[in-house]
Design a protein around this ligand. Sequence first.
Ligand code: 5GP
Ligand code: ZN
Length: 163
Amino acid sequence: MERLKSQDAISARKGLSGTNAANAVLLDHNHANMGDCIFCKVIKKEIPSYIIYEDENFISFLDINPKAFGHCLVVPKEHYDDIYSYREKAGASVIDAIRTVCLMIKENMNCAGLNVVQNNGRIAGQLIEHIHFHIIPRFEKEIGVNKRDFKAVLRMIKGESKA
Ligand code: 5GP
Ligand code: ZN
């Protein structure tokens, strides 16, 4: 409800209605928090990260606070706050990017399974308001996340060392 009310307010301010209003809202929502967005800074390499995969439209890097051994994120490079505002660019499939990283992890970490998780809203656990997908490898026997450093995990996921 809150979101709808603020959308109505933006549309009224711009004198828009219908599809035009919806598109204007989308743009406002899309770019609202870009300025100080941590993931935009990671994408621009202003903040360092352990990069697993990168192409024109997506980047994948290790989560700084891993919930499991090999926990990483897949992030569209264009800033959208969440799943509600997200739009795919032609020829830029987020599921393809996710699958690429999942296959790297499955093959090189030899995990028994993995979860793909995407949070929307504080109540759902979303802390960073730039859409992202968590990839969480699962092992038959839990592996402590502090046992190996980020560089070693990165090497393993990229197939540069054995699981
Ligand atoms: P969320 O809770 O928003 O779904 O997930 C955000 C994730 O981003 C968290 O798991 C958190 O550990 C991770 N994260 C936050 N800041 C940084 C950062 O600067 N670098 C990296 N690599 N991960 C981050
Ligand atoms: Zn961003």
